[in-house]
Design a protein around this ligand. Structure first.
Ligand code: TMP
Length: 235
Protein backbone atom coordinates (compact mmCIF):
# COMPACT_ATOMS: atom_id res chain seq x y z
CA UNK A 1 0.00 0.00 0.00
CA UNK A 2 1.35 3.41 -0.92
CA UNK A 3 2.06 6.09 1.69
CA UNK A 4 0.26 9.35 0.87
CA UNK A 5 -0.17 12.73 2.55
CA UNK A 6 0.09 13.34 6.31
CA UNK A 7 -3.38 13.40 7.85
CA UNK A 8 -2.50 14.34 11.38
CA UNK A 9 0.40 14.95 13.73
CA UNK A 10 -0.18 14.17 17.38
CA UNK A 11 2.08 14.47 20.42
CA UNK A 12 3.80 11.13 19.87
CA UNK A 13 2.77 9.98 16.40
CA UNK A 14 2.09 11.07 12.84
CA UNK A 15 -0.63 9.51 10.73
CA UNK A 16 -0.44 9.22 6.93
CA UNK A 17 -3.11 8.35 4.38
CA UNK A 18 -2.64 5.41 2.02
CA UNK A 19 -4.17 4.76 -1.40
CA UNK A 20 -6.91 2.74 0.37
CA UNK A 21 -9.39 4.79 2.43
CA UNK A 22 -9.72 1.90 4.92
CA UNK A 23 -6.07 2.00 5.98
CA UNK A 24 -3.52 4.48 7.24
CA UNK A 25 0.11 4.43 8.33
CA UNK A 26 1.12 5.40 11.85
CA UNK A 27 4.65 6.72 12.40
CA UNK A 28 5.95 6.76 15.99
CA UNK A 29 8.11 9.70 17.12
CA UNK A 30 10.55 9.98 20.01
CA UNK A 31 8.71 13.08 21.27
CA UNK A 32 7.21 12.84 24.73
CA UNK A 33 4.77 15.10 26.52
CA UNK A 34 3.10 15.00 29.90
CA UNK A 35 0.44 16.95 31.78
CA UNK A 36 -1.54 17.66 28.62
CA UNK A 37 1.47 18.84 26.66
CA UNK A 38 2.82 21.23 29.34
CA UNK A 39 5.98 19.21 29.75
CA UNK A 40 7.88 18.38 26.58
CA UNK A 41 10.92 16.27 25.83
CA UNK A 42 12.45 13.52 23.78
CA UNK A 43 13.02 9.92 24.74
CA UNK A 44 15.62 8.53 22.33
CA UNK A 45 14.45 5.29 20.78
CA UNK A 46 10.93 5.50 22.24
CA UNK A 47 9.24 5.45 18.83
CA UNK A 48 10.81 2.13 17.97
CA UNK A 49 9.98 0.56 21.34
CA UNK A 50 6.38 1.77 21.29
CA UNK A 51 5.76 0.75 17.69
CA UNK A 52 7.20 -2.75 18.00
CA UNK A 53 5.75 -3.37 21.46
CA UNK A 54 2.25 -2.22 20.46
CA UNK A 55 2.31 -4.44 17.40
CA UNK A 56 3.46 -7.46 19.35
CA UNK A 57 0.74 -6.92 21.96
CA UNK A 58 -1.95 -6.35 19.32
CA UNK A 59 -0.99 -9.66 17.70
CA UNK A 60 -1.17 -11.42 21.07
CA UNK A 61 -4.54 -9.83 21.85
CA UNK A 62 -5.90 -10.77 18.42
CA UNK A 63 -4.97 -14.40 19.15
CA UNK A 64 -6.89 -14.12 22.42
CA UNK A 65 -9.99 -12.82 20.65
CA UNK A 66 -9.57 -9.05 20.96
CA UNK A 67 -9.73 -7.44 17.49
CA UNK A 68 -7.38 -4.51 16.87
CA UNK A 69 -6.42 -1.96 14.26
CA UNK A 70 -3.07 -3.67 13.61
CA UNK A 71 -2.42 -4.84 10.06
CA UNK A 72 1.32 -4.96 9.30
CA UNK A 73 4.58 -3.64 10.71
CA UNK A 74 6.26 -1.70 7.89
CA UNK A 75 9.45 -0.68 9.67
CA UNK A 76 10.84 -0.04 13.15
CA UNK A 77 8.70 3.07 13.44
CA UNK A 78 5.88 2.61 10.95
CA UNK A 79 2.81 0.39 10.96
CA UNK A 80 -0.11 -0.11 8.62
CA UNK A 81 -3.36 0.05 10.59
CA UNK A 82 -7.08 0.09 9.92
CA UNK A 83 -8.36 3.65 9.69
CA UNK A 84 -10.90 3.92 12.48
CA UNK A 85 -13.26 6.58 13.65
CA UNK A 86 -11.86 6.95 17.17
CA UNK A 87 -14.28 6.72 20.10
CA UNK A 88 -13.41 9.90 22.04
CA UNK A 89 -12.68 8.08 25.30
CA UNK A 90 -9.54 7.12 27.19
CA UNK A 91 -10.33 3.82 28.86
CA UNK A 92 -8.27 3.22 31.98
CA UNK A 93 -7.97 -0.04 33.88
CA UNK A 94 -6.16 -0.23 37.21
CA UNK A 95 -4.95 -3.23 39.19
CA UNK A 96 -2.86 -1.35 41.73
CA UNK A 97 -3.29 2.20 43.04
CA UNK A 98 -0.99 4.78 41.41
CA UNK A 99 -1.00 8.19 39.78
CA UNK A 100 -4.28 10.12 39.73
CA UNK A 101 -6.14 7.29 41.51
CA UNK A 102 -3.78 7.48 44.48
CA UNK A 103 -4.08 11.24 44.56
CA UNK A 104 -7.87 11.37 44.23
CA UNK A 105 -8.62 8.71 46.84
CA UNK A 106 -5.63 9.15 49.13
CA UNK A 107 -4.44 5.58 48.66
CA UNK A 108 -0.70 4.96 48.66
CA UNK A 109 0.90 4.08 45.33
CA UNK A 110 1.48 0.36 45.15
CA UNK A 111 -1.62 -0.61 47.15
CA UNK A 112 -3.16 -3.65 45.44
CA UNK A 113 -6.82 -3.09 44.55
CA UNK A 114 -9.39 -5.73 45.56
CA UNK A 115 -10.61 -5.84 41.97
CA UNK A 116 -9.64 -4.07 38.75
CA UNK A 117 -11.26 -0.68 38.19
CA UNK A 118 -12.51 0.77 34.91
CA UNK A 119 -12.73 4.49 34.33
CA UNK A 120 -13.23 6.76 31.36
CA UNK A 121 -11.87 10.16 30.40
CA UNK A 122 -13.27 12.23 27.57
CA UNK A 123 -10.58 12.74 24.92
CA UNK A 124 -10.46 16.51 24.73
CA UNK A 125 -7.12 18.26 25.13
CA UNK A 126 -8.76 21.69 25.50
CA UNK A 127 -10.65 20.40 28.54
CA UNK A 128 -7.69 18.40 29.89
CA UNK A 129 -9.33 15.00 29.26
CA UNK A 130 -11.88 15.17 32.11
CA UNK A 131 -13.12 12.01 33.81
CA UNK A 132 -16.58 10.99 32.58
CA UNK A 133 -19.05 8.29 33.66
CA UNK A 134 -21.31 5.95 31.69
CA UNK A 135 -24.44 8.07 31.91
CA UNK A 136 -22.54 11.19 30.89
CA UNK A 137 -21.01 9.35 27.92
CA UNK A 138 -24.49 8.29 26.76
CA UNK A 139 -25.95 11.75 27.43
CA UNK A 140 -23.43 13.56 25.22
CA UNK A 141 -23.47 10.72 22.68
CA UNK A 142 -19.74 10.03 22.87
CA UNK A 143 -20.66 6.34 22.50
CA UNK A 144 -23.79 4.18 22.55
CA UNK A 145 -24.76 1.74 25.31
CA UNK A 146 -23.95 -1.16 23.02
CA UNK A 147 -20.53 0.29 22.19
CA UNK A 148 -19.78 0.98 25.84
CA UNK A 149 -20.69 -2.58 26.83
CA UNK A 150 -18.31 -3.92 24.17
CA UNK A 151 -15.57 -1.49 25.22
CA UNK A 152 -15.81 -2.46 28.90
CA UNK A 153 -15.78 -6.19 28.16
CA UNK A 154 -12.82 -5.83 25.80
CA UNK A 155 -10.92 -3.63 28.27
CA UNK A 156 -11.22 -6.25 31.04
CA UNK A 157 -10.16 -8.96 28.60
CA UNK A 158 -7.13 -6.88 27.56
CA UNK A 159 -6.26 -6.57 31.24
CA UNK A 160 -6.41 -10.34 31.80
CA UNK A 161 -4.23 -11.06 28.78
CA UNK A 162 -1.70 -8.32 29.54
CA UNK A 163 -1.37 -9.13 33.27
CA UNK A 164 -0.51 -12.71 32.35
CA UNK A 165 1.86 -11.75 29.56
CA UNK A 166 3.78 -9.14 31.54
CA UNK A 167 4.11 -11.54 34.47
CA UNK A 168 6.05 -13.91 32.20
CA UNK A 169 8.64 -11.17 31.59
CA UNK A 170 8.91 -10.14 35.24
CA UNK A 171 6.68 -7.09 35.00
CA UNK A 172 3.64 -6.15 37.07
CA UNK A 173 0.89 -4.35 35.15
CA UNK A 174 -0.19 -1.57 37.50
CA UNK A 175 -2.60 0.22 35.16
CA UNK A 176 -3.01 1.22 31.53
CA UNK A 177 -4.96 3.38 29.11
CA UNK A 178 -6.41 2.09 25.86
CA UNK A 179 -8.55 3.55 23.11
CA UNK A 180 -11.07 2.07 20.73
CA UNK A 181 -12.25 2.84 17.21
CA UNK A 182 -15.23 2.15 14.99
CA UNK A 183 -14.42 0.17 11.85
CA UNK A 184 -17.21 -0.97 9.53
CA UNK A 185 -19.69 -1.20 12.38
CA UNK A 186 -17.35 -3.00 14.80
CA UNK A 187 -15.51 -1.74 17.84
CA UNK A 188 -11.81 -2.56 17.71
CA UNK A 189 -8.81 -1.76 19.85
CA UNK A 190 -6.90 1.19 18.39
CA UNK A 191 -3.83 3.24 19.29
CA UNK A 192 -0.74 2.08 21.15
CA UNK A 193 -0.04 -0.08 24.20
CA UNK A 194 3.40 0.92 25.41
CA UNK A 195 5.38 2.28 28.37
CA UNK A 196 3.75 5.63 27.46
CA UNK A 197 0.30 4.23 28.18
CA UNK A 198 0.90 1.58 30.84
CA UNK A 199 2.45 1.62 34.29
CA UNK A 200 4.91 -1.25 34.33
CA UNK A 201 6.85 -2.13 37.48
CA UNK A 202 9.54 -4.74 37.89
CA UNK A 203 7.87 -7.60 39.81
CA UNK A 204 10.78 -8.03 42.22
CA UNK A 205 12.17 -4.54 42.79
CA UNK A 206 9.04 -2.48 41.90
CA UNK A 207 11.30 -0.27 39.80
CA UNK A 208 9.25 1.84 37.40
CA UNK A 209 9.77 0.83 33.75
CA UNK A 210 7.46 3.36 32.12
CA UNK A 211 6.76 7.00 31.30
CA UNK A 212 6.37 7.97 34.97
CA UNK A 213 10.18 8.27 34.94
CA UNK A 214 9.77 11.12 32.42
CA UNK A 215 6.64 12.62 34.04
CA UNK A 216 8.35 12.72 37.44
CA UNK A 217 11.92 13.57 36.33
CA UNK A 218 13.25 10.34 37.81
CA UNK A 219 16.05 9.81 35.27
CA UNK A 220 16.81 6.52 33.56
CA UNK A 221 13.98 7.09 31.09
CA UNK A 222 15.63 5.67 27.94
CA UNK A 223 17.02 2.82 30.01
CA UNK A 224 13.54 1.88 31.26
CA UNK A 225 12.11 1.74 27.72
CA UNK A 226 15.17 -0.26 26.60
CA UNK A 227 14.71 -2.69 29.50
CA UNK A 228 11.07 -3.36 28.60
CA UNK A 229 12.09 -3.80 24.95
CA UNK A 230 14.83 -6.26 25.92
CA UNK A 231 12.40 -8.35 27.96
CA UNK A 232 9.98 -8.50 25.02
CA UNK A 233 12.64 -10.46 23.12
CA UNK A 234 11.68 -8.99 19.76
CA UNK A 235 15.11 -9.03 18.10
P1 TMP B 1 -3.29 8.42 35.71
O1 TMP B 1 -3.02 7.70 36.98
O2 TMP B 1 -2.42 9.62 35.50
O3 TMP B 1 -4.76 8.74 35.54
O4 TMP B 1 -2.92 7.42 34.52
C1 TMP B 1 -3.53 6.17 34.37
C2 TMP B 1 -2.89 5.40 33.22
O5 TMP B 1 -3.17 6.04 31.99
C3 TMP B 1 -1.38 5.29 33.30
O6 TMP B 1 -1.01 3.98 32.90
C4 TMP B 1 -0.86 6.28 32.33
C5 TMP B 1 -1.95 6.36 31.30
N1 TMP B 1 -2.13 7.68 30.72
C6 TMP B 1 -2.05 7.85 29.35
O7 TMP B 1 -1.80 6.90 28.61
N2 TMP B 1 -2.25 9.09 28.85
C7 TMP B 1 -2.53 10.17 29.62
O8 TMP B 1 -2.70 11.28 29.08
C8 TMP B 1 -2.62 9.98 31.04
C9 TMP B 1 -2.93 11.15 31.94
C10 TMP B 1 -2.42 8.73 31.54
Amino acid sequence: MEKKEQLYEGKAKKVFATDDADYCIVSYKDDATAFNGEKKGTIAGKGVVNNRMSNMLCKLLEQKGVPSHYVEELSDRETLVKKVDIVPLEVIIRNTAAGSFSKRFGIAEGTKLKCPTLEYCLKDDALGDPMINDTQILAIDAATREELDKIAAMAYKVNEVLIEFFRTIGIELIDFKIEFGRFHGDIILADEISPDTCRLWDIETHQKLDKDRFRRDMGGVEEAYAEVFKRLNLD
